[in-house]
Ligand binder design. Structure first.
Ligand code: BGC
Length: 567
C-alpha cells in the first residue's frame, strides 16, 4: 500500500506547543475496536473510531505499546521496536492511522518502553548466547544477585528480586519490572545508538511524540536508588536536543511515578530541557483522597509545589490509566485510608495500588464523576482521559493483574458491546457484565441518545476547556478558603501564549470545588481580584462581583464546582 498524502500536515507543524492545550485520550488498541472479528482490537478498528474521538473533542491519542511482543505485560515487553504486532495490523495500517488522525487535526503519541525489552527480543537472545558478541553488553549482567540492594522492587506482588539468573549465560541480569523484562544497559554507547535509531524510525513515520515509559530507571548507580540518576537526565537532554533539532513539534512525555520535585526534574531547565511533558503522579491520588476525606489540604500542598515548570513544559494530568491507581506517592496513613475506602476487597489491590476504573472507584456517583472531571480539566497541563471513562465504564476484578480495567470498549448494547463480531468466547478479555456496569446499560450508543448522559457532559467540558486556552496555558494560584473541604484556585495567563490561539481568550478563571458531602457556604480571599465581575463559563450567567475587600462568599451544593471567568 502506498500513500501519496503527507502524513504530517503543515498546519500541525506550526504550533510547536500544541501539547500544552491538547486534550489527550489513552486508547488501548487491543480493547478499542476489532475490525476483523478475531476478538482483538486493531489499528483499522481504531481508524474507524476516529470520527467519534474527533466529535468528543480529542486532540491527541496516546497508544500504549503496539509493537510485536509476547504480551506478558500488556505489550510493555517489546520483542521488536520496528514493527507492529500482527494482531493489530501492519506498518501501513499505522501510517494510515497517522494520516487519518492528522487530517482530523489529531495527533498520535506512542508508548516507548526504553528501560527494558522482552526476554524474547533478538538483542537479549544474542546477549545470552554470545557474551562477547555485539549485543553482549546490551543488558545489565552480574555474577551474583547482590548488587544495588537499595533499589526497590516495583512489582512487589510478583517479584522478589531485581535480578534473575540466566541458565544459558550463567549470569544474573537486572530487571526493574517483571523478570521476563531485562533492563537495557545505558552504559553501553551501542544501546544509545540503537535507541536513537528506534526514536527516529517512529518520528520518520510521523508520530507526534512518545510517552517515555518507566523513564527514571534507565541507569543504576552504587550511590543512588536507580531512580532519576544524573546520567538518566543527561541521556534525556541529549535525546531532547536531537528531537527538537530534527523533529520540532514532537514531544517527549515522561512517565515518572515520583515525588513532585523529582518528577519536575524530568522537565530539565529552560537552558537544558529534558521532556516536554511529564505525568503529574503526585496530584492524582490526592484527588481521590480529597473525595473521601472531604479535605483538600493535601491537594493544596501538592498543587502549590508542582506548578513551577520551565517555560514551554507542561504537565499531563489524569485520573486513571491502564495501570493500577498508584499509591506510591502518598504516605502510609493516606495509603491505608485509601485502601479502606477504595479497595475494601483484596482483589482490588495490586502492588502499591488499586486496580479499578474511575466509575467503580467513585461508586458510579454522578456528582463525584463530574467533580473529578471538572478538576482534571482545570488543572495546569494537558488532561488525559482513559478510554471508556467518558461513559463511566466499569471493571472486572476477577481478571488477572491490571486487565481488570482493560476490558473491551462498550460501544453498543449488541453482542460483545459492539467491540467485535467474534464469538464471545474468543474475545481477548470478556466485556463487563456486572450488575451496575453491564455493557447493555453503559455504552456509547445509549449515552449518545441521552442528552444528559455522562458522555455528553464530558464532551461539553472538553469543549468549554478548549474555548479557554488559559486552562491549558495559564499558571495556577491557590486561593485561601474558609472551608477545609473547598479547593479554589485561579488559572491566569502569564502573558501572551507562545502560539496565539485563534479563539477569544479569557485572562483568568476562578475554579472552586466543594469536596464536602453536603452543601456549604464558603468565603474566598480574592484580594488581588477585588471589584472584578465574575461570569460562569458554562452558561454565561453573571455572578456577584468580588467585593472591594476581596472576600467573596459563595454557596456550593454537595460535590459541586464553579468555573467563573474573572472579567
Ligand atoms: C507501564 C506498565 C508496565 C511497566 C513496565 C509502566 O510504567 O505503564 O503498564 O507494566 O511500565 O513496562
Amino acid at each position: 500500500m502506498t500513500f501519496t498524502a503527507p502524513i504530517t500536515l503543515p498546519g500541525l507543524a506550526l504550533d510547536v506547543q500544541w501539547y500544552r492545550r491538547a486534550v489527550f485520550y489513552e486508547v488501548l488498541v487491543r480493547s478499542f475496536a476489532d475490525s476483523n472479528g478475531d476478538g482483538i482490537g486493531d489499528l483499522p478498528g481504531l481508524i474507524g473510531k476516529l470520527d467519534y474521538l474527533q466529535w468528543l473533542g480529542i486532540d491527541a491519542l496516546w497508544l500504549p505499546p503496539i509493537f510485536p511482543s509476547p504480551g506478558r505485560d500488556g505489550g510493555y515487553d517489546v520483542s521488536d521496536y520496528a514493527g507492529i504486532a500482527a494482531e493489530y495490523g501492519t506498518l501501513d495500517d499505522f501510517r494510515d492511522l497517522v494520516r487519518q488522525a492528522h487530517q482530523r487535526n489529531m495527533r498520535i503519541i506512542i508508548d516507548l518502553p526504553l528501560n527494558h525489552t522482552s526476554d524474547q527480543h533478538a538483542w537479549f537472545q544474542a546477549a545470552r548466547a554470545e557474551p562477547d558478541g555485539p549485543f553482549g553488553d546490551f543488558y545489565v549482567w552480574s555474577d551474583d544477585d547482590e548488587r544495588w540492594p537499595d533499589i526497590r522492587i516495583i512489582f512487589s506482588d510478583t517479584e522478589t528480586s531485581n535480578w534473575a539468573f540466566d541458565e544459558k549465560r550463567r549470569q544474573y541480569y537486572f530487571h526493574r519490572f517483571f523478570s521476563h523484562q531485562p533492563d537495557l544497559n545505558y552504559n553501553s554507547p551501542a544501546v544509545h545508538h540503537a535507541v536513537h535509531e528506534v526514536v527516529r524510525f517512529w518520528l520518520d513515520l510521523g508520530v507526534d511524540g512518545f510517552r517515555l515509559d518507566a523513564i527514571p530507571y534507565l541507569y543504576e548507580s552504587d550511590e543512588g536508588n536507580g531512580e532519576g540518576e544524573p546520567q538518566t537526565h543527561e541521556f534525556l537532554r541529549q535525546l531532547r536536543r536531537m528531537v527538537d533539532r530534527d523533529y520540532p513539534g514532537r514531544v517527549m512525555l515522561a512517565e515518572a511515578n515520583q515525588w513532585p520535585r523529582e518528577v519536575a526534574a524530568f522537565f530539565g531547565s529552560e537552558e537544558e530541557p529534558e521532556c516536554h511533558m511529564a505525568f503529574d503522579f503526585p496530584v492524582m491520588p490526592r484527588i481521590f483522597y480529597a473525595l473521601r476525606s472531604q479535605r483538600v489540604d493535601d491537594l493544596v500542598d501538592v498543587l502549590s509545589e508542582t506548578t513551577d515548570v520551565p517555560p514551554g513544559a507542561g504537565w499531563g494530568v489524569f485520573l486513571r490509566n491502564h495501570d493500577e491507581l498508584s499509591l506510591e506517592m502518598v504516605n502510609e496513613e493516606v495509603r491505608q485510608a485509601m485502601y479502606g475506602w477504595y479497595a475494601y476487597d483484596d482483589r482490588m489491590r495490586i502492588n502499591v495500588g488499586i486496580r479499578r476504573r474511575l466509575a467503580p472507584l467513585l461508586d458510579n456517583a454522578r456528582a463525584e464523576l463530574e467533580l473529578a472531571h471538572a478538576l482534571l480539566f482545570s488543572l495546569p497541563g494537558a488532561p488525559f482521559v482513559y478510554y471508556g471513562d467518558e461513559i463511566g465504564m466499569g471493571d472486572n476484578i476477577w481478571l488477572d493483574d491490571r486487565d481488570s480495567s482493560r476490558t473491551p470498549m462498550q460501544w453498543t448494547p449488541d453482542r460483545n458491546a459492539g467491540f467485535s463480531t467474534a464469538d464471545p468466547g474468543k474475545l481477548h478479555l470478556p466485556v463487563v457484565q456486572s450488575l451496575v456496569f453491564d455493557y447493555r446499560n453503559v455504552n456509547v450508543e445509549s449515552q449518545l441518545a441521552q442528552s444528559r448522559s455522562l458522555l455528553h457532559w464530558v464532551r461539553n467540558v472538553v469543549y468549554v476547556r478548549k474555548a479557554h486556552p488559559v486552562l491549558g496555558l495559564g499558571g495556577l494560584a491557590v486561593v485561601p478558603t474558609s472551608s477545609p473541604s473547598v479547593l479554589a484556585f485561579v488559572r491566569q495567563s502569564a502573558g501572551p501564549p507562545a502560539a496565539a490561539p485563534a479563539v477569544e481568550t479569557t485572562d483568568a478563571i476562578l475554579c472552586v470545588f466543594n469536596f464536602a458531602q453536603n452543601p456549604l457556604a464558603v468565603t474566598l480571599s480574592l484580594g488581588e481580584w477585588a471589584g472584578r465581575p465574575l461570569v460562569d463559563v458554562f452558561g454565561g450567567a453573571a455572578f456577584p462581583a468580588v467585593p472591594d475587600d476581596g472576600r467573596l462568599t459563595l454557596t456550593l451544593g454537595t460535590q459541586t464546582f464553579y468555573w467563573l471567568a474573572v472579567r
